[in-house]
Write a protein that binds this ligand. Structure first.
Ligand code: GLU
Length: 481
């Protein structure tokens, strides 16, 4: 095992978004590529926005995707005393200080900065408070924040495995807050302490955090910690290159799951959002991607999300996946549509397998597959109106269907070839081409004008049902409605 340790540190403030899932995936791929450890941490110190049900949802989404972590989940909320102790140590060492400035007192400065379109820098009023003033503030009962003393000159150099070395002038940073007045650590401070205590070697996370490493490194240096490497993975943009949001359709893993996407398709697709293996191979498993994954092959530029490609990939995995796995994933969808009622006995299971095997050839996701399978379960359905006009309202349609129904009754072996042979015979008898019989039959059997191969469909339904549905169509035609 190498010493590489990476982490995914979501905040439990919502569902797992595709961007977060991709960050988790790249962490996992890097851990697997290097023989390292993948840690899961829940950044839940934002008490107002964090909710336990979001943590549950995050874990479920990660598990569903197969993004299995090796350690954790650790929770920041379980380590609050640790952050406080480290902050007090910095104060004792003269590297941090209590600041009693109220929001009110700082307001004018902030407004001035906004007006001049300059970043706001804290004026360091409390950096060198005399003991007397400190005491007075304490006596007034003011609740202080704790700020880190930033070196007034020099630069902070951050090594990013994707972007190279990035330099920041310290004079552009102010003495930022590390502990809030409510006793909770700020994001930058808690993260640095967590990364140290979890011995994280590589911080792989979203590009939106690109401005944080200087502050985090300054915290780490003050605390006497070693510095991790950083790797900021590129943004994921919508097809129109705007920020990916709800109006672009599903954006959370849970939504993709509900829409019938397969975890292996999402994983494969997300792997290509900002990374590419050598050559032009597009389909691979997580293990195959991990075998080749390198941070220096991650793009610097934003990845553009392409729904059509994801859908196409999903269709591939739906068709090619092991049948028992696809059936297992499909059962909840069939249940939700009221087509099956688990647990299924072996006969019901066998029927479902035949249906899925047939219908998955044409569909792109589990939801569509389920809806396209409904007539295998429901004997009553509406007929497509255009189909009715074209096929049922034709002279002799009822007679043909009656003849077909009679013929079907004589069949016993439900193989596609049995049906195709029977159709050859009946076409001859009626002096019609098979091509004429097929669309009419399809409409009578499924209510639709399109679907799987007709004789395959008949083989699944079996001669008895086929015959009954032909007669049902005859009754519909005779009723003339
Ligand atoms: N909780 C932070 C987030 O969800 C983690 C950032 C980091 O990985 O350092 O964005």
């Amino acid at each position: 095992m190498s010493n590489v340790r990476v982490r995914f540190a979501p905040s439990p403030t919502g569902e797992l978004h595709i961007g977060g899932a991709r960050t988790a995936l790249f962490n996992l791929l890097y851990a697997r590529a290097t023989g390292g450890v993948f840690v899961l941490r829940i950044d839940d110190t934002d008490l107002e926005r964090s909710r336990p049900e979001f943590t549950t949802g995050l874990l479920e989404s990660l598990r569903w995707l197969g993004l299995d972590w090796d350690e954790g989940p650790y929770k920041q909320s379980e380590y609050l005393e640790g952050y406080r102790q480290e902050a007090e140590r910095l104060i004792a060492e003269g590297k941090a200080y209590y600041c009693y400035c109220s929001e009110e007192e700082l307001k004018a400065g902030r407004e001035e900065a906004r007006r001049r379109k300059k970043p706001y820098l804290y004026p360091e009023k409390c950096r060198d408070l005399t003991a007397d003033r400190l005491k007075r503030f304490q006596q007034e009962g003011r609740k202080p924040v704790i700020r880190l003393k930033i070196p007034r000159d020099g630069e902070t150099v951050v090594t990013d495995k994707i972007r190279g070395k990035v330099r920041f002038d310290n004079c552009n940073l102010d003495d930022f807050i590390i502990m809030k007045s409510n006793g909770l650590p700020t994001y930058n401070f808690a993260n640095v302490i967590d990364d140290e205590r979890m011995k994280i070697t590589h911080v792989i996370r979203a590009e939106e955090h690109l401005s944080n490493p200087p502050r985090q490194q300054l915290c780490a240096l003050a605390l006497g910690y070693s510095l991790p490497y950083y790797a900021h993975v590129p943004m994921i943009l919508a097809p129109d290159r705007s920020k990916l949001s709800k109006r672009h359709g599903a954006t959370s893993v849970e939504q993709f799951r509900q829409e019938g996407y397969l975890p292996e398709a999402l994983i494969n697709y997300m792997t290509l959002l900002g990374w590419a293996p050598e050559g032009d191979r597009e389909f691979f498993t997580m293990a195959e991607a991990a075998a080749q994954f390198r941070l220096d092959r991650v793009n610097k530029t934003a990845a553009v999300y392409d729904t059509a490609k994801l859908t196409w990939m999903n269709g591939h995995y739906l068709r090619e996946g092991a049948l028992d796995r696809i059936v297992a994933l499909a059962i909840p969808f069939f249940e939700a549509e009221g087509l099956v009622n688990p647990p299924l006995n072996s006969e019901q299971m066998g029927y479902l397998e035949q249906v899925v095997e047939l219908v998955r050839q044409r569909e792109k996701n589990l939801l569509d597959l389920t809806r396209a399978s409904s007539y295998f379960y429901n004997n009553h359905f509406d007929y497509d109106p255009k189909g009715v006009k074209k096929h049922f309202r034709r002279e002799g349609a009822g007679q043909i269907l009656r003849a077909l129904a009679a013929k079907m009754k004589t069949l016993s072996d439900p193989e596609p070839s049995t049906f195709s042979n029977a159709y050859k015979e009946i076409a001859k008898e009626l002096q019609l081409s098979i091509g004429k019989l097929m669309p009419l039959s399809r409409l009578a059997l499924s209510g639709r004008t399109m679907g799987p191969e007709l004789f395959d469909m008949m083989a699944v339904l079996g001669p008895e049902k086929v015959s009954a549905r032909f007669l049902q169509a005859v009754a519909y035609i005779d009723a003339g409605s």
